[in-house]
Design a protein around this ligand. Structure first.
Ligand code: ADP
Length: 434
């Protein structure tokens, strides 16, 4: 097995930079490339959404039941990308119906059930590539895992199912694609060791502790921490004054800037942040920069602060990769007080730029940030706790210890290599099993 190049097809709903909503897109951009460097042949298939622009050529047309679909092929960063075209399902609208990325309509579930069926049809087509492993990601491809398992024959590909966020399951009256993916795969993993343990508890399992405990009991549930593609996040020179100026904030060198970038959902702990902003912006002791979109009430709550304290709070509601880079690189601290966080990439990207993250001890945040060494960590998901550590950060900001912390952040290695090695081992293991 070791001598033959392992072939892996990733199936997912997102891929950076052409179809990005959150971290799933970053993973699909970084992991296949890192695997490629380890001698694995990795390719990706995603839906051909209306907004996707990349050089590609049409390969062939095929049937998915009675519907027609078309396969396009292109390359991104040296990796072959397949785009699956069907005008009815993917030809209109954004990637997800909801800006928070949470499935909220039957229509959305049908769209990704179709994607799953289409990828399955492709795998049956003699004109298509023959992978050894089909690597499914989140509920969008849970049905694919299920069909692959049900139709399995000698020589069929093995199935890996990665959980990026358990809260979003694509559940309808007819079924639960996330649960099907978990039950059908030869190996299930999630994106950090701590989250892999947390999801076995009622508090974090989103109703699937039974299914997950079964797989854990079979030793088929693992946690592998995500990485960061450092090439995707190039070094940027710090210039706090220019940053403050660009955003219309007072140009105060001594006041720390707290940055925040996320889908605006309750998962990301936005509600914990609101009292912090009120407190510190009013007293003019800290500045805040927010970038995100999602739940309307959270968007509005943040926008109100920007109106009230324009020289201390900047808010952009929307998706903006360029501004995201500036926030990671120019803020003094990065806020990520998530209620739960399967892995989280924001904290790793921030550390890459020497911006210590302030995080809650959960999931991948717990696995990647060391209290008082590379950031600040608090336990209880309560606003007072966040205020307590933010005060600590403000005291720290004026000391030598802060400089050391920023250096330590930059010395961390969260590149994809270690994760890719763990995935390679996982593929080898399932391929050696009957
Ligand atoms: P999640 O996958 O739950 O959304 P992660 O922290 O794993 O959270 O990854 C989020 C990714 O999406 C990061 O690359 C972050 O920079 C990016 N991101 C989130 N919201 C925005 C936004 N409004 N504009 C630009 N990038 C964003």
């Amino acid at each position: 097995m070791n001598k033959k190049k392992i072939k892996v097809l990733f199936a997912a709903s997102e891929l950076a930079p052409i179809a990005k909503v959150g971290g799933l897109a970053d993973v699909m951009e970084g992991l296949p490339r890192a695997l490629h460097r380890l001698g694995i042949s990795a390719r990706i298939v995603i839906p051909f959404y209306a907004h996707v622009r990349m050089p590609c050529r049409k390969k062939f047309s095929f049937f998915v039941g009675k519907a027609r679909a078309h396969l396009w092929e292109g390359k991104l960063g040296g990796i072959t990308v397949y785009l699956l075209e069907n005008k009815f399902y993917f030809g209109r609208g954004p990637i997800y119906a909801s800006r928070t990325a949470f499935a909220d309509t039957d229509k959305e579930t049908k769209k990704f059930l179709f994607f799953s069926e289409a990828v399955y049809s492709l795998l049956q087509d003699h004109r298509f590539w023959k992978p050894d492993v089909v690597h499914c990601n989140d509920w969008h491809t849970g049905e694919l895992a299920r069909i692959l398992k049900e139709s399995r024959q000698q020589g069929s590909p093995k199935i890996v199912f990665t959980i990026h966020n358990l809260q979003n399951q694509g559940r309808t009256a007819k079924g639960n694609p996330m649960a099907n993916g978990i039950a059908s795969a030869d190996m299930v993993n999630t994106v950090s060791p701590t989250y892999a343990k947390e999801i076995l508890t009622t508090e974090y399992s989103c109703g699937l502790e039974g299914e997950l405990s079964t797989r854990a009991g079979e030793r088929k549930l693992k946690g592998i921490l995500n990485g960061t593609d450092y090439a995707y996040w190039p070094k940027i020179k710090r210039n706090k004054k220019a940053f403050q100026n660009m955003l219309g904030l007072s140009q105060l060198a001594s006041v720390p800037v707290f940055g925040f970038i996320a889908r605006l959902t309750s998962q990301k702990g936005v509600r914990l942040i609101l009292p912090l902003v009120e407190n510190f912006a009013k007293s003019r002791t800290a500045q805040f920069v927010f970038l995100g979109q999602g739940e309307r009430d959270l968007e509005q709550a943040l926008a109100t602060f920007a109106k009230r304290y324009p020289r201390f709070v900047y808010v952009k509601i929307g998706f903006d990769e360029k501004l995201a880079r500036a926030i990671y690189a120019q803020s003094d601290f990065f806020l990520m007080p998530s209620v739960f966080e399967p892995c989280g990439l924001g904290q790793m990207i921030a550390m890459r730029y020497g911006t210590p993250p302030i995080v809650r001890a959960t999931g991948g945040l717990k696995d990647s940030v060391k209290h008082f060494r590379t950031g600040l960590v608090f336990k209880k998901p309560r606003a007072e706790e966040l205020i307590r550590v933010a005060r600590m950060a403000m005291r720290l900001y004026h000391t030598q210890k802060f400089r050391r912390m920023t250096k330590m952040c930059m010395q961390q290695d969260f590149s994809w290599r270690a994760s890719a090695l763990a995935y390679k081992k996982m593929y080898q293991r399932i391929l050696s099993e009957k």
